[in-house]
Design a binder for this molecule. Structure first.
Ligand code: FE
Ligand code: FE
Ligand code: ZN
Length: 285
């Protein structure tokens, strides 16, 4: 019987130990947090004592892996050089800070090509990742995840092929062996056109043949306010959207997914998250 790894997005305002304690209090054993204000800007300095206290606590309570989410306003594929430079310096800094919490996952949105075309966007994202990773003296202690996107506007990463193209452009260029990963967001892939309700097996087979399921490290478990292929990216609470509870229960129990960590990003306060974690735990087979 493998443990059900379930948690949600938490505020990082109180530091690492506070997030760990909050997670435990609502029945979570994993959690996600923004590395800094989601609109960007400077990150608070990491307090090494807080990190040490958290790592002890996480070990004792069986919490992890933690998932650090880059600010969603970063755009590694922007048309403006200053926008790209900001993304690059932010991600470099995030990865440096994450060296203090080895084994963490780091998720980012590939970006929007803003009219330059997906191919150009993929090239910009890939070259940035190569520069960031090449400057690190060794492979980072963190696994970097590309998030599957809803294909809103000119978003890159709305198809499995685009994620694969980024991976193929990055890995051979690195000075050390390193594997990029993927985080699959159920709302995004549904909004992007994948039928996770009627044909979850088909979606996973497609993912496996294009990206490889061995690269899937995390699931963002969200319902969607909109119908399939809407390309909207509006999250709904579990069971309150167009994906529905039964389909999401099949996701958490699927033999090819069930050992992954699941992170809720549903529009909830802590009580709402506690209720969703309890509901999903009760439906775990
Ligand atoms: Fe995200
Ligand atoms: Fe997400
Ligand atoms: Zn989203």
């Amino acid at each position: 019987m493998n443990k059900f790894k379930i948690g949600c997005h938490l505020s990082s305002a109180g530091g690492y130990l506070a997030m760990g304690q909050t997670a435990r209090a609502i029945g979570a054993n994993v959690f996600q947090f923004f590395t800094r204000n989601p609109r960007g800007g400077a990150a608070k300095p990491v307090d090494p004592a807080d990190v040490r206290a958290f790592l002890d606590y996480a070990e004792k309570e069986g919490i992890g892996p933690i998932l650090a989410h880059a600010p969603y306003t970063l755009n590694a594929s922007g048309a403006d050089a200053r926008v790209r430079e900001f993304a690059e310096s932010t991600m470099s800094d995030d990865l440096k800070r994450l060296e203090l919490t080895p084994g963490a996952l780091y998720n980012f949105h590939p970006g929007s090509h803003v009219g330059q075309g997906a191919e150009k966007g993929i090239e910009l994202i890939s070259s940035m990742l190569v520069r960031i990773l090449s400057r690190l003296p060794k492979p980072p202690a963190t696994t970097i995840l590309l998030e599957t996107m809803a294909g809103k506007g000119s978003e890159v990463g709305g198809t499995f092929e685009e994620l694969r193209a980024i991976i193929d452009a990055v890995e051979p260029m690195l000075p050390y062996a390193y594997r990029l990963g993927v985080c699959l967001d159920t709302c995004h892939v549904w909004d992007g056109g994948f039928d996770v309700v009627g044909d979850l097996d088909g979606v996973l087979n497609a993912f496996d043949s294009v990206v490889g399921l061995d690269r899937l490290h995390a699931i963002h478990l969200n319902d969607s306010l909109n119908v399939r292929s809407s390309h909207k990216d509006r999250h709904a609470c579990i069971g309150k959207g167009k994906i529905g509870l039964d389909a999401l229960v099949r996701v958490i129990n699927h033999p090819r997914l069930r050992d992954l960590p699941f992170y809720l990003e549903t529009p909830n306060d802590l009580d709402g998250y506690r209720d969703e974690i309890a509901l999903l735990s009760s439906r775990r087979s």
